[in-house]
Design a protein around this ligand. Structure first.
Ligand SMILES: [Zn+2]
Length: 435
């Protein structure tokens, strides 16, 4: 059995990577790897931020199937994650990352023999803490960032170190998931990586201050438009830094375990005010959805795939490549059998659903509708929904139908899942009474 190494980068938008045509050479390692990989030019996340996307891709479940989870509930109870499926198939499983949204506290350690989120009760404490304590923690965080260069997330070097350390005592086959936060704000790349992409250096204190401004929701909105380029410079430096981290981990694991499939992707992208905001809020434009995706390893084709695919296909594709036939729990199909369009979703007081194919993007949000012709308007600026063109109208009614069908299917699955959970509850009760 082949090993699987899943490398996901938080907030990495594809169009800021040189292998996706970016003007700066931000990803020299991935560029080279992409040429030897099954490389997806049009890959999309199914949601615009961690809470929507990660539970979705780990369990091949559309983000809006479980609304309470999006709003801070436990990880998809009643569905299986890739770690559980692989563990059942004889895999040693491990995950290393430092994103609180996908921590052990929320049940993301399910199926992993080893799960290191570096948080050790921190999420519980922060949920309970008083306002005063919160302010104190923010001050300490700021001081640590300035004096000790300590970021709110673990450095990718540490992620690599812990991943490699776990591998020292493990038998094949294994499944290792490493999730990197180095591209996530605050963007504080070492200056070396800014120099490597031909960007001016920034002092550490300037980087920390810019990080504070973008991290803080109130300060974020006051960032001036002319400052955005500085943020993009730092973001690109972070991308180059992460490329280097991926180079280290892939080359070390590949050398020792040649029979390994590597997957590189991101949970979502990042917005730089293309549609009015910074960060990754609940919107479904391409800066947030278009992400990298490649599969690399022995026996995997080196091909460029144009067809649009989404991360709902990630687990089905892993299982397909491993020859594991366990698709009961999955909503997606593998990339070779998936549809020629993708669906993405977000919850912002109400559901937002997007259809995307190679030419069109159609977004439904309550009574609002948006239609963009991606080939002519890649920036998604000109809403064609009110167009009088008969062909456009035909497209709209087709996309609307596809989205409606998708929503109906989700409703059905949601009901089935609730029934399943109710039955489980009764079964547990009966077992308890008998014992
Ligand atoms: Zn994320």
């Amino acid at each position: 059995m082949k090993n699987v190494v899943l490398l996901t980068v938080d907030c990495l938008r594809a169009d800021h990577m040189s292998c996706y045509g970016y003007k700066r050479e931000t990803t020299p390692f991935i560029d080279r790897l992409a040429k030897k990989s099954l490389f997806f030019k049009n890959a999309f996340s199914n949601g615009p931020n961690t809470r929507h996307s990660v539970p979705s891709f780990l369990s091949s479940t559309y983000p809006l199937l479980f609304l309470q989870e999006i709003n801070g509930g436990k990880f998809h109870i009643g569905r299986r994650s890739v770690a559980e499926i692989l563990k059942n198939n004889g895999y040693a499983t491990a995950a290393v990352h430092s994103n609180p949204y996908i921590s052990k506290f929320y049940g993301y350690d399910r199926g992993f023999d080893y799960f290191n989120d570096f948080l050790l009760g921190q999420v519980e404490d922060e949920i309970k803490e008083s306002r005063l304590k919160k302010i104190f923690r923010e001050v300490v965080k700021g001081l640590k960032a300035i004096t000790l260069h300590k970021l709110p997330h673990e450095d990718g070097k540490r992620i690599n170190y812990e991943g490699l350390r776990w591998l020292e005592n493990v038998d094949e086959p294994f499944f290792l998931w490493l999730h990197y936060m180095d591209v996530h704000m605050p963007y504080v790349p070492p200056n070396q990586f800014l120099e490597e992409i031909g960007v001016k250096k920034y002092s550490h204190i300037k980087k920390v201050w810019m990080g504070k401004k973008i991290d803080d929701i109130k300060m974020r909105d006051k960032i001036k438009d002319e400052e955005i380029m500085d943020y993009i410079n730092l973001y690109d430096g972070c991308v180059r830094y992460t490329d280097n981290l991926l180079k280290e981990i892939v080359s070390k694991i590949e050398k020792r375990y040649p029979d390994t499939i590597f997957i590189i992707t991101a949970d979502h992208g990042e917005e730089f005010r293309e549609h009015g905001d910074l960060s990754h809020l609940e919107k479904l434009y391409d800066e947030l959805l278009h992400i990298p995706l490649l599969f690399y390893g022995k026996g995997i084709d080196d091909r460029i795939i144009e067809k649009p695919v989404s991360l709902i296909s990630l687990v089905p594709t892993i299982l397909h490549l491993l020859g594991i036939n366990d698709n009961r729990w999955l909503q997606g199909k593998n990339v070779f059998e998936s549809e020629e369009f993708i669906i993405a979703e977000a919850w912002r007081e109400k559901p937002i659903t997007a259809y995307r194919d190679l030419e069109w993007k159609f977004i439904i949000s309550g009574s609002e509708r948006e239609l963009y012709n991606i080939t002519e308007d890649g920036q998604e600026k000109f809403n064609l929904y009110d167009s009088k063109d008969g062909k456009v109208k035909e497209k709209i009614s087709l996309f609307e139908k596809i989205i409606r069908r998708h929503i109906t299917n989700l409703d059905k699955e949601r009901n089935a899942r609730n029934t399943y959970l109710q039955k489980e509850k009764v079964r547990r009760f009966v077992r308890k009474m008998r014992s």
